[in-house]
Design a protein around this ligand. Structure first.
Ligand code: C5P
Length: 224
């Protein structure tokens, strides 16, 4: 039926922020809610795909019908993603922390009355780039997101090249856009054909439109 257009396909979705431990009680994080990634996982499952969702710490419930794996850090997220391969489709919607503390203290760092401690950072793995370059195990369709505040289409096209993914969904997160923390999203999709502007809509509607476009890419036309 029209509502099960993705049956027989396996999908991997990342969602939410990551938490990077500084010591047993402190961490580095960001304000990602996971709403867009969770909406995509739910919609793909609704359309019949077998979905693994790798989620950072969020307050959202696990989407129905989705195999949800909970992780904290970027490195745990990468490991869970690699463990979910092979898949047909990978969608990286997580806001992965670019950096982590280069050393995690085993004990709570004490305020000892001296200088504040300096936080030394190192780079996290890029999960989207790694999935895009996973050789024989590479998903047939790899999709990333790009949050931009200016020259959105140009920046996103460059990011698509750099990361080696197939599609990039760029969104405008400038203050005027109201996307950050808001319920809506306005997407520019970049693929090898060029750019497609989607009208502003809810994150659920973005998930539905993306699922429809994926079905089309896998030649699963709408059946009446
Ligand atoms: O480079 P930037 O963070 O803007 O790229 C965003 C895209 O890359 C998103 O799809 C995000 O999920 C993915 N990403 C990732 N691992 C990282 C950083 C970003 O998968 N360490």
């Amino acid at each position: 039926s029209a509502s099960r257009r993705l049956s027989g396909l396996r999908a991997l979705v990342t969602s939410g922020p990551t938490h990077e431990a500084i010591d047993p009680v402190r961490y580095i994080a960001n304000r990602s809610s996971g709403r867009q990634g969770h909406a995509i996982a739910a919609e793909l499952a609704r359309q019949g795909a077998e979905v693994t969702l790798v989620s950072g710490p969020v307050t959202l419930p696990d989407p129905p019908g989705v195999n949800t794996l909970h992780v904290n850090s970027a490195r745990e997220m990468l490991q869970a993603c690699e463990g979910a391969l092979p898949v047909d489709i990978a969608i990286c919607a997580a806001a992965v922390s670019d950096w982590r503390a280069s050393e995690e203290a085993g004990q709570k760092i004490k305020k000892d009355g001296k200088e504040p401690p300096a936080l030394k950072l190192c780079e996290n793995p890029d999960i989207l780039a790694r999935l895009s370059a996973s050789g024989a195990k590479r998903p047939r369709l790899v999709i990333g997101f790009a949050a931009e505040t200016s020259d959105i289409a140009e920046q996103a096209a460059a990011k698509r090249q750099r990361k080696g993914c197939d599609w990039i969904l760029a969104n405008d997160v400038s203050a005027e856009s109201g996307t950050f923390g808001g319920p809506d999203n306005r997407i520019i999709l970049i693929d090898d054909q060029g750019q497609e502007d989607w009208p502003r809509s809810s994150k659920d509607a973005v998930a539905q439109r993306l699922a429809a476009r994926i079905a089309q890419a896998f030649d699963r036309p709408h059946r009446q």
